[in-house]
Design a protein around this ligand. Structure first.
Ligand SMILES: Nc1ncnc2c1ncn2[C@@H]1O[C@H](COP(=O)(O)OP(=O)(O)OP(=O)(O)O)[C@@H](O)[C@H]1O
Ligand SMILES: [Mg+2]
Length: 257
């Protein structure tokens, strides 16, 4: 599957990370990271387990503070915001976590209403219904509206999790391993969904993945975290056009049997 491309504005940066370092004791995880996310872009972040990909997302969303360097998100300096300002900013960021658990005791409809009722209190009943149905339709699961999460497959739950994130109409989506633990066909569906979300909701996204098929089909641009920095970036083919022994095994493991 080839990327059909969204409408990317390379002159507008929605996230700018400059020279960010983060250590936990003697564990120097990020060592001067620079990263840009452009408006409308799907940016894939690759890197071995433990290289700091999830830490990076936590820094971007203000859940962790950098030791040094600056992070700008939608024009705001994340490290200078107070808790209330951070909460406001986070409403514009959608997080799709690896184990984005749904509430098991609530129906799909109730799961989706939850963030709306909490964060957009001015909405009427009819508006809430409309929003819920719109995002469910976008993820192709309108027919599950009255079901319980336990009645859904892993891939369906993942889609509902993405719908629940989309319902607040975030400008930025952060996907942490969206296809982890799913079978190849479901992975292809989720990749398609990530591209549809980019098109329909005009989101700018960071997608963290170990799945190179995912990287290839969703990434407008790919960056690879190596030894605490983004040393390689470009298109899928550019990233892997190297003899670097830290990079080659990623490709070979995924594509050579
Ligand atoms: N709150 C924390 N306190 C101490 N160490 C932490 C904390 N969060 C992360 N780390 C450490 O930072 C490093 C990077 O962790 P991170 O979760 O970002 O890895 P990752 O690249 O997302 O890996 P994976 O691909 O397995 O998800 C790890 O060594 C981890 O132990
Ligand atoms: Mg992680």
């Amino acid at each position: 599957m080839l990327k059909t491309g969204g409408h990317i504005d390379y002159n507008t940066e929605v996230i700018t990370v400059r020279h960010v370092s983060k250590s936990f004791g003697e564990n120097h995880v990020l060592r001067g990271v620079d990263l840009k996310l452009h408006n409308g872009e799907n940016l894939v972040v690759l890197g071995r387990s433990g290289t700091g990909k999830s830490v990076l997302i936590k820094l971007i969303s203000g859940l962790l503070k950098p030791d040094s360097g600056t992070i700008e998100v939608l024009g705001e300096h994340v490290d200078e915001l107070n808790e209330k300002e951070l909460q406001q900013l986070r409403l514009k960021i959608g997080f799709s976590f690896q184990n984005s658990a749904l509430y098991d005791s609530m129906t799909v409809r109730e799961n989706l209403e939850f963030p709306l009722v909490r964060n957009k209190r001015h909405l009427s009943r009819a508006e809430i219904n409309h929003e819920v149905e719109d995002v469910l339709d976008a993820v192709g699961l309108l027919n599950t509206i009255n079901q319980m999460p336990s009645e859904l497959s892993g891939g369906q739950r993942k889609r509902i999790g993405i719908a629940r994130t989309l319902i607040l109409r975030p400008e930025i989506m952060l996907y942490d391993e969206p296809t982890a633990g799913l079978d190849p066909i479901t992975c292809i569906e989720i990749n398609g969904l990530i591209n549809e979300v980019q098109e329909k909701y005009k989101t700018s996204s960071i997608i963290i993945t170990h799945d190179l098929a995912c990287a290839k089909s969703v990434g407008d641009r790919i960056v690879m975290l190596l030894d605490g920095r983004f040393e390689r970036q470009g298109s899928f083919d550019e990233i892997f056009d190297t003899d670097d022994e830290r990079v080659k095994p990623f490709h070979d493991y995924n594509f050579i049997t």
